[in-house]
Design a protein around this ligand. Structure first.
Ligand SMILES: [Zn+2]
Length: 265
């Protein structure tokens, strides 16, 4: 057994036995790793607060080549999104980013681009204005597609390569952007305005921590969400029906119901 040190984001934790935890991390150099942290749920454990989802940590563990579950030796915290945690809804959005990582099986191998995207997203979530956080959540998903080699391709018509068009159509089945000249058939679910195409093109390429004026993209969030949902239906079903988002929807429903019942009394 050899000791290894890794920089990683805690993506999920699970209680194990009376006092232990199983911690899933997405690491910079080894992709997804699972560690057993013995005794961390004891009141006096130093590691208790460190191994919480969304924290960026450095872990030292014994690497057992033959087993998937490694034993944690030490952990220290590099970054914790304290501001973000004060908002339950935004915390769930950030947790959804982590959940996506555990779902997409091709991430078992290390992918430093994906790692940096996840860590940067958590950091920018923490420092951004709450009203722009959904834009960061959608940008994260657009960029994850690109880093996984599933770039939808927003730069030009995939048939004639033209770039100047007022209206576009996206063929979800074949993952192709088509200009209005090349698109045959009725403008149906794949219709895209030039503004929406250009917004998605920009957001899928910019460094997520450097989006200029993120609030100006708020008007496109519904369109981007619709696009991504459709795209995932055809190409990456693992991204659909995230548990964290289901919790978020329940929370919002409760919120709306309570506000309504309040106004009646
Ligand atoms: Zn064309």
């Amino acid at each position: 057994m050899a000791l290894e040190k890794h920089r990683a984001v805690v993506v999920r934790t699970m209680k194990y036995g009376e006092t232990s935890k199983i911690v899933t991390l997405y690491s910079l150099r080894a992709g997804l790793i699972k560690l057993i942290a013995k005794g961390v749920r004891k009141a006096k454990s130093r590691l208790g607060g460190i191994l919480e989802p969304l924290n960026v940590v450095e872990v030292i563990f014994y690497h057992k080549t033959q087993h998937d579950l490694h034993t944690l030796n030490q952990a220290s915290i590099l970054f914790s999104p304290i501001q973000l945690r004060s908002d339950a809804e935004d915390t769930l959005l950030a947790l959804a980013c982590c959940e996506i990582i555990t779902r997409v099986q091709m991430l078992q191998d290390e992918n430093s681009e994906v790692y940096h995207l996840l860590e940067d997203t958590i950091r920018i979530f923490n420092s951004s204005k709450p009203e722009t956080r959904r834009i960061y959540f959608l940008t994260y998903q657009l960029q994850l597609l690109r880093t996984l080699g599933l770039d939808p391709g927003f730069s030009a018509c995939s048939n004639c390569a033209s770039i100047e068009n007022k209206a576009w159509n996206y063929d979800f089945q074949n993952a192709q952007l088509l200009c209005s000249n090349c698109f045959e058939g009725e403008q149906t679910q794949g219709a895209l305005t030039e503004n929406l195409r250009s917004a998605m093109h920009y957001l899928s390429r910019v460094n997520i921590t450097e989006i200029a004026a993120p609030e100006k993209f708020i008007r496109y969030q519904r369109g981007i969400y619709y696009f991504l949902t459709k795209f995932f239906q055809y190409h990456l079903e693992e991204m659909l029906n995230l548990k964290s988002l289901a919790v978020l929807q329940k929370m919002k429903k409760m919120h709306d119901e309570w506000l309504q019942s309040g106004s009646k009394t």
